[in-house]
Design a protein. Sequence first.
Length: 46
Amino acid sequence: MDIKLTILLLIISSIIGLSHFSDDEMWRLRFKPICAKIISRTRRMM
């Protein structure tokens, strides 16, 4: 259940990021640690 939610959040945030913050460095700095956290969580669950 948690994995599905994190994947959905990642997809939604990536779509928002591509549409609104395509060339914004601040968004990249925010988004990369979020992705790293989600990846680490999914690896722990697996």
